[in-house]
Write a protein that binds this ligand. Structure first.
Ligand code: BES
Ligand code: MN
Ligand code: ZN
Length: 498
């Protein structure tokens, strides 16, 4: 999709479809009012006849409206003016995109972005609409022999702003929305691919392709390299699989040489059957999504590379499969992590922390400004927070606040959970330094406590995206989260005085 921004008044837009908003109780938006005046009250008449009541998400398509030079006018219902919040704006945007896709127009001029949304500004409206438009175009990898639906003709969206002084900030918002949209599409595409296609080797190949197209530096460490590093914990998970493990390291060097990087560590289990502690069969297919942390790291790096963000960022992705096998980890096995700490594996299905702990120790070498890991880590997080908020844990309060703010700004929210010492004892083992599970109580917290044993040397936050990375059921599919959150966090960091 192509996007542009113009400060042209609506009646002068030569377009296949002009889009304006209407509030409930037939209140026209300013752009709709302008059209109505040019058209001698044509829109007011239509509303009076009851064709459109402005209900949130309703639409009404008009042809050849007098006084305009556009082919069509699409009225989009915005609901009650005082209820216009983020969710209402998203609902109206999606209704508009659906109507546009269905009406046959190849381009559209959109004034909906001028809607005043509580607590938000024009830039935010533009960014969100661009992301929604990109998401509406998303199609999972072409694995069906016939396409589900014929693709829409819509190719070009022009955003109408009322004041040319807004041009620069509108352009910046458009660029950021496009970058986030592209990052989310990559994350979704990888997440939705099945485990037999998206193997650790495939994921590493995708990282290399991204590095090539976006001028990133990429290293892929193979099993031998991982052995040399002493990553006994990571390797113990990988050994039950015929697919070799990889450790992918990507660098975006947008900042000054010597500036400490932000390190993003993504869990890349391309399929999690649980290992010897085998998972039940129901919905096990969804464990192809167990690499969504890794996918979000790749998506975020794509976004910030497209934005040419002036910041140093490193992506670290440990990736392997977790399968039952004659050579797989067994409950009771004790392994030695790269940090030297020994781990008693009481449940082979708690494998995410086993691969992350070594990647977190490895991250020390970058002398990071901060490390954020992103992982579909625990079913318990879904029980605690459902599918709306990502679970967040941190050993550093101001870093935690930055992430909370980024999540709110990006409409990709997190909720902080405690990392108190009181929970640590649940990980005591009689035979090793630490056990890999801490019992049912506070399952996401003890998982984070496990990771905290490996992150003492830097500021760190952990994002448990088990509930937010994908949707189940009829709308099964990857969400692309938390790419928006991470991009917003990094953009703020890039602008912060060093
Ligand atoms: N990848 C899963 C977590 C998961 C499960 C995410 C279901 C989303 C939906 C993780 O590797 C796992 O299996 N965790 C176990 C940990 C337990 C054995 C302590 C879990 O959550 O059941
Ligand atoms: Mn597991
Ligand atoms: Zn897992």
């Amino acid at each position: 999709m192509e996007f542009s921004i113009k400060s042209t008044s609506p009646e002068k837009q030569r377009t296949a479809c002009l889009v304006v908003g209407v509030h409930e109780s037939r209140k026209l938006s300013p752009a709709a009012t302008q059209i109505d005046q040019q058209a001698g009250g044509y829109l007011t008449d239509i509303l009076r006849h009851g064709d459109m009541d402005g209900r949130l998400g309703s639409t009404c398509l008009l042809h050849k409206v007098p006084g305009t030079i556009c082919e069509r006018v699409l009225l989009v219902g915005l609901g009650r003016e005082r209820d216009m919040n983020e969710k209402a704006y998203a609902d109206a945007s999606n209704a508009m995109l659906k109507a546009l896709a269905g009406c046959g127009a190849a381009d559209a001029a959109i004034y909906l972005i001028q809607t005043s949304v509580k607590g938000r500004d024009l830039a935010w409206n533009i960014e969100q609409l661009v992301i929604a438009a990109e998401a509406s175009q998303y199609q999972p990898g072409k694995l069906k022999s016939k396409q589900d639906k014929s693709p829409s003709k819509l190719r070009k969206l022009t955003f109408g702003i009322s004041d040319s002084q807004q041009q620069a900030s509108a352009e910046a918002a458009l660029a950021q929305g496009l970058a986030i949209g592209a990052g989310m599409s990559l994350a979704k595409m990888l997440g939705d691919l099945p485990g037999n296609v998206c193997t650790p080797t495939y994921l590493a190949g995708q990282a290399q392709a991204l590095a090539k197209s976006h001028k990133l530096k990429c290293e892929v460490l193979d099993k031998k390299d991982i052995e040399k590093l002493g990553m006994g914990s990571f390797l113990s998970v990988a050994k039950g699989s015929r697919q070799p493990p990889k450790l992918v390291v990507l660098h975006h060097n947008g900042g000054k040489k010597g500036d400490k990087p932000i390190v993003l560590v993504g869990k890349g289990i391309t399929f999690d059957a649980g290992g010897i502690s085998l998972k039940p069969a129901a919905e096990m297919d969804e464990m192809k999504y167990d690499m969504c942390g890794a996918a979000s790291v790749l998506g975020t790096l794509r976004a910030i590379a497209e934005m040419k963000l002036p910041l140093n960022v490193v992506g670290v992705i440990p990736t392997c499969e977790n399968l039952p096998d004659g050579d797989a980890n067994k409950p009771g096995d004790i392994v030695t992590s790269m940090s030297g700490q020994t781990i008693e594996i009481l449940n082979t299905d708690a494998e995410g922390r086993l691969i992350l702990c070594d990647a977190l120790t490895y991250s020390e070498r970058f002398e990071p400004a901060a490390v954020i890991d992103i992982a579909t880590l625990t079913g318990a997080c879904v029980i605690a927070l459902g599918h709306h908020a990502t679970g967040m844990f941190s050993n550093h309060d101001s870093l935690a606040r930055e992430i909370e703010h980024a999540g709110t700004a990006a409409q990709d929210r997190v909720w902080r959970l405690p990392l108190w010492d009181d929970y640590q004892q649940q990980l005591d083992s009689n035979f090793a330094d630490i056990a890999n599970i801490g019992g049912r109580a506070g399952g996401s917290i003890t998982a984070a406590c496990f990771l905290s044993r490996f992150t003492k040397k830097y500021d760190w936050a952990h994002l448990d995206i088990a509930g937010t990375a994908w949707k189940s059921g009829k709308d099964k599919g990857s969400t692309g989260r938390p790419v928006p959150l991470l991009v917003h966090f990094l953009v703020k960091r890039a602008g912060r005085p060093k």
